[in-house]
Design a protein around this ligand. Structure first.
Ligand code: PA5
Length: 323
């Protein structure tokens, strides 16, 4: 599965080269992204990017309920790698009933079939990947679609540069991932990803990657919100078996200072720390770099544990029950 992550710059380039056929010729009040797991994270990343670069809010929905405030003034992006995820299909059905403008994104499945039946635009993803490993296909495909429709003001140069950056930094990502995998494997204990705003989506991505690829539970702590609740849990420590992976943007001095401060509090219960310093110039570079390191390190950890990173048996079990 590591090869899929090592192909990320290629995936992103192919997504950017694909012509966009969807044209809206109008503006929207907000963009709502519906999706679960490895597909839903696209909404989280877009939301982080829009907060930095755009005047258009991006809201992520990770369940089966289309929010009551959704109106035909909004654009709904329905994202499901397989196209068969029940929560996402329910959102699609509700949006149809409520005449919400939509674009669907999938590699196939029922979402593609239903989109074609109802004349809803569909963006086709390459087949044969794990959903979580196809992040660049989904993200860059959507970034291009939004850019060409004047819906996200992120400069296109930042998007293009990030593809070159991903290619150039693949070796460094492999090295960082190797160190992290060895270290997590040695430490054991609950893995805590400690990071700072605006890297919430990256922290979450890290958790999901270690959950799904390495099959371990993970907690994500994000400053400064952490300082307003979690911090109190260390006054009279209840749990002590933590292994803390810090993730920082070196250009964000306040963020680094906050993560340094978190370490002084965790130090009451653990001495196990490792810091991933994100590479890159733009926020997009940094999120993609961190995501690549998480993907590779979680796969390496899986191998060390004698586990197949690709298989997610319990998610399949859930999907059978949910329908
Ligand atoms: O990465 C994964 O395999 C999962 O997190 C899936 O993305 C999640 O179960 C949703 O499936 P899909 O992306 O096919 O809608």
């Amino acid at each position: 599965m590591e090869e899929m992550y090592l192909e990320w710059s290629r995936q992103a380039r192919i997504a950017l080269e694909k012509p966009v056929s969807v044209r809206f010729n109008r503006g929207f009040r907000s963009i709502i992204v519906a999706g679960m797991g490895g597909s839903g994270i696209v909404g989280d990343v877009l939301s982080t990017l829009s907060a930095k670069y755009s005047s258009l809010p991006v809201i992520t929905v990770k369940n089966h309920i289309l929010p009551g405030y959704t109106s035909p003034e909004d654009l709904l992006l329905v994202v499901s790698y397989s196209g068969n995820t029940i929560e996402t299909l329910r959102i699609f059905d509700s949006a149809l009933e409520r005449n919400i403008p939509m674009v669907t994104v999938s590699s196939g499945g029922l979402l593609k079939t239903r989109a074609y039946e109802h004349g809803i635009p569909h963006v086709k993803l390459p087949e044969g990947l794990a959903p979580r490993a196809s992040l660049p296909s989904m993200l860059y495909g959507i970034l291009k679609l939004l850019y060409e429709n004047n819906l996200l003001n992120i400069p296109f140069k930042i998007i293009e540069d990030s593809v070159v950056f991903l290619e150039e930094k693949a070796g460094k990502a492999v090295a960082d991932a190797g160190v992290i995998a060895e270290w997590v494997n040695r430490c054991k204990g609950l893995l805590v990803i400690s990071t700072h705003s605006p890297l919430e989506s990256l922290g979450l991505r890290g958790k999901n990657e270690f959950n799904e690829n390495a099959k371990i539970p993970v907690k994500v702590d994000v400053a400064p919100e952490w300082m307003h609740n979690d911090i109190v849990g260390y006054e009279e420590p209840f749990l002590k078996d933590f292994t803390v992976l810090e993730v920082v943007d070196p250009d964000d001095k306040v963020g680094v200072m906050l993560v340094d401060f978190m370490r002084t509090i965790y130090a009451k219960v653990t001495g196990r720390f490792h810091r991933l310093v994100l590479e890159g110039v733009s926020l997009l570079d940094k999120i993609m770099y961190g995501s690549m390191v998480f993907g590779l390190s979680s796969c390496k950890l899986a191998r060390m544990r004698g586990i197949d990173p690709l298989k997610t048996a319990s998610i399949l079990e859930y999907k059978k029950v949910a329908g």
